[in-house]
Design a protein around this ligand. Structure first.
Ligand code: COA
Length: 264
């Protein structure tokens, strides 16, 4: 069903491995189509509670958009390509189930943008992050100018995108671009451990946390439906009171027992 990604479902977490190791997992049109389809599957399949995106091999998460597809494009085709990429990444970002990037090497250009579209990131000590598009006479097109700025701040984002310099795992941690740095062997283990904690919480509430936090960082009014994050938080807070899980969670606390959430 998928030609460029591998998938396996482990304890409710779908592990998605971008699988073009000979091209350092560069994102071509086929990878975008596969990511689009797998995002739909995450949305629709109740057996999937969360997802992890990682790269095949020991060297790269994703070394960027596939540069070999660029040279023949005109302006309109390039804009359509950026729009398609942004739409797929928005779909990942807007998933109500957590999608975490396990960055196992180079995350450059579109690779860094893909990692930043995920809800948060862990990486291995050999990871390198960057938006080196100016080396190619380009700028990021899949949300990098926006999300990197939100994550690391304007000054560092400007510097990284103007110099094209890569940062290592330690600096990514210090900047808040990743939440944890671990060994390559431990990367998926640690990511799965965090997701297992999240799986014990109320799924509807998790989805609403994602929704509200996304509004805090995205100013595009088409995306936020014209609502402020504070308004959205009030609405989502209220909606939680319509769920069985909220009744169960509060009752369990008062009865000094563990909550049993069903996602209703
Ligand atoms: N698009 C297409 N192919 C890519 C690619 C990309 N973004 N990144 C790497 N590859 C390919 C290389 O062309 C090479 O293919 P080949 O063996 O058929 O020649 C293969 O992946 C291995 O890459 P290579 O450059 O030989 O590995 P390296 O260890 O010497 O360098 C990088 C690793 C990541 C520093 C280097 O590949 C690189 O700079 N890639 C481009 C990064 C980039 O500019 N990304 C933003 C794109 S918008």
């Amino acid at each position: 069903m998928y030609s460029t990604i591998l998938t396996s479902l482990e304890s409710g977490s779908l592990i998605i491995t971008i699988n073009r190791p000979d091209k350092l997992n560069a994102l071509n049109a086929a990878v975008f189509n596969d990511l689009d389809k797998i995002a739909d599957e995450i949305y629709e399949n109740p057996a999937i509670k969360s997802a992890i995106i990682t790269g095949s091999g020991v060297k790269a998460f994703v070394a960027g958009a596939d540069i070999s597809e660029f040279n023949s494009l005109n302006k309109e085709q390039a804009m359509a390509m950026a729009k398609k990429g942004q739409d797929v990444f928005f779909k990942i970002e807007n998933s109500k189930k957590p999608i975490i990037a396990a960055v196992n090497g180079f995350a450059l250009g579109g690779g860094c943008e893909l990692a930043m579209a995920c809800h948060f990131r862990l990486c291995s000590g050999n990871a390198k992050f960057g938006q080196p598009e100016v080396n190619l006479g380009l700028i990021p097109g899949y949300g990098g100018t926006q999300r990197l700025t939100q994550l690391v701040g304007k000054g560092k984002s400007m510097e990284m995108q103007m110099t094209a310099q890569l940062i290592d795992a330690a600096e990514a941690l210090q900047l808040g671009l990743v939440n944890y740095v671990t060994t390559p062997e431990n990367l998926l283990i640690k990511t799965k451990e965090i997701l297992q904690v999240i799986h014990t919480k109320a799924p509807v509430a998790i989805g609403k946390v994602i929704e509200c936090i996304n509004i805090a960082i995205v100013s595009d009014s088409a995306y936020t439906n014209g609502k402020s994050g504070f308004d959205k938080e009030i609405e989502c807070f209220g909606e939680c009171f319509d769920t069985k899980d909220m009744r169960e969670g509060t009752a369990a606390f008062l009865e000094k027992r563990k909550a049993n959430f069903t996602g209703e």
